[in-house]
Design a protein around this ligand. Structure first.
Ligand code: FES
Ligand SMILES: [Fe+2]
Length: 440
């Protein structure tokens, strides 16, 4: 058995190594080539989150979700534009769950108030006795208004701009970052030439633990070594890499080059806060694969991941459907998520209990990017305070059934996917064979 070590860093205490780095210098230590000449990330926890694939938003369908425990609803209005409203009726605070959507008009299930896609109440008479408020009718009507966040639709994703608070007038929301930061084309990926499969999974663990997991290259070899179909991802044979980290206001990026072929990239991991990670297999300009991972902080220890796997393949839809088993790719993803799940759950517990503190753990060389993420996350939490509702939500899991759509018990998804594989195999291969046999 070959056993070559990943020579990222030589077992020095990570924090002591960090100190001498100054902005504007290029530092080379062992296999590290760290460019710190750029500024720090200037994006915090507010900004654009990819919430779901566009195809999830069907006509007249209300799509319930939450961000940092704030209950929200997505839907398409009469012009097919996406709306993101607070799932709280401005009359008496009921949820729209159980209500209806028709022609862009949403009706509350409690007293039947109807709201136009612009957000104003269309049937005030329904929820008030007109003669009581006659004097102040217009004023009252103005106050009964849906509260909303900005949305955008790009590359087949629905994005929501989560800001300090929702507004009745969207013009009052300033965008923290442009949504173009997240466009695949802007990130060096001509996605139109590619086909993709995607998987959505809900996790009952901390949101930031999952991001950290996707920034952590070392665990890939150990945890997923038997699952990822790549000869260099192996539990027993470790390949050496050089790592280069780029930090700039829009993203942080960690590039791994083969040590025995320093010009060749193995993998490039790019984190564009708050929620997106792009993983390129090799140099983006020539990469045949790209993974887009979106992390959605549904609430306290509740998070969703959307993973989309792009690959260069036949563009013809028919051939594509005939030859490509999207379910096989999905099967790999379910397995990978399942492999991570227990680790993420226990790590969440350990963190919430305060055990993952500086003096209880030691970050080593390759964890430099994780350390950077932790510091950024702490700083952003302190600045933005998105978890302000946290303490209040304990034991209030009324929304869980509505919001957790992709079972956190990943096994269920895996089984459903396996059944699909069997069904498709029979339809595609066995059925024509039986037909042929019947003929002869
Ligand atoms: S709470 Fe919605 S109409 Fe009364
Ligand atoms: Fe993982």
């Amino acid at each position: 058995m070959e056993n070559r070590q990943i020579n990222f860093f030589k077992s020095k205490d990570f924090n002591t190594v960090l100190k001498p780095f100054k902005k504007g210098t290029v530092v080379k230590i062992d296999s590290f080539d760290i460019r710190e000449n750029q500024k720090e990330l200037n994006i915090g926890l507010f900004g654009w989150y990819a919430i779901c694939p566009s195809k999830e938003l069907k006509k007249n369908k209300l799509y319930y979700f939450s961000l940092y425990d704030e209950p929200l609803v997505l839907y398409r209005d009469e012009n097919k534009n996406v709306r993101c409203i607070k799932n709280i009726c401005p009359h008496r605070g009921a949820s729209f769950f159980g209500g209806t959507l028709s022609g862009g008009v949403i009706t509350c299930p409690y007293h039947g108030a109807k709201f136009s896609s612009g957000g104003s109440c269309q049937n005030l008479d329904r929820i008030t006795c007109r003669h009581i408020v006659d004097n102040n009718y217009d004023n009252y009507a103005k106050r009964i208004h849906l509260s909303q966040y900005k949305t955008s639709e790009k590359n087949g994703y629905i994005f929501v701009h989560f800001s300090k608070k929702s507004e009745t007038d969207l013009n009052n929301i300033n965008e923290d970052t442009p949504v173009s930061n997240y466009e695949l084309y802007e990130n060096g990926f001509a996605h139109k030439d590619y086909v993709f499969e995607e998987v959505l999974v809900d996790f009952k663990c901390d949101w930031s633990r999952i991001i950290e997991n996707h920034l952590d290259i070392l665990h890939i070899f150990w945890v997923h070594g038997d699952t990822i179909p790549d000869k260099d991802v192996n539990k027993n044979v470790l390949v050496s890499f050089n790592q280069k980290i780029n930090i700039n206001p829009k993203y942080i990026e960690s590039i791994y080059y083969y040590k025995n072929d320093p010009t060749k990239e193995f993998i490039r991991i790019k984190y564009i806060p708050p929620g997106r990670i792009l993983i390129y297999k090799g140099d983006p300009s020539s990469s045949r694969y790209l993974q887009v991972l979106d992390h959605i902080p549904l609430g306290k220890n509740k998070a969703r991941v959307i993973v989309r796997h792009y690959r260069k393949f036949l563009q013809n839809k028919l051939l594509n459907n005939l030859l490509l088993f999207k379910e096989t790719q999905r099967k790999i993803f379910y397995k990978i998520f399942d492999e991570d799940y227990m680790i993420l759950k226990t790590q969440t517990y350990n963190h919430d209990m305060g055990f993952i503190s500086k003096d209880e753990i030691k970050l080593l060389g390759e964890d430099r990017i994780i350390n950077y993420f932790w510091k950024w996350y702490k700083r952003s939490e302190d600045n933005d305070k998105p978890w302000k509702n946290n303490n209040k939500t304990q034991n209030l899991d009324v929304y869980d059934k509505v919001i957790l759509k992709y079972p956190p018990e990943i096994k269920k998804l895996e089984i459903a996917n396996n059944i699909d594989i069997i069904r498709k195999t029979i339809v595609r291969f066995a059925a024509p064979l039986i037909f042929f046999m019947l003929i002869i």
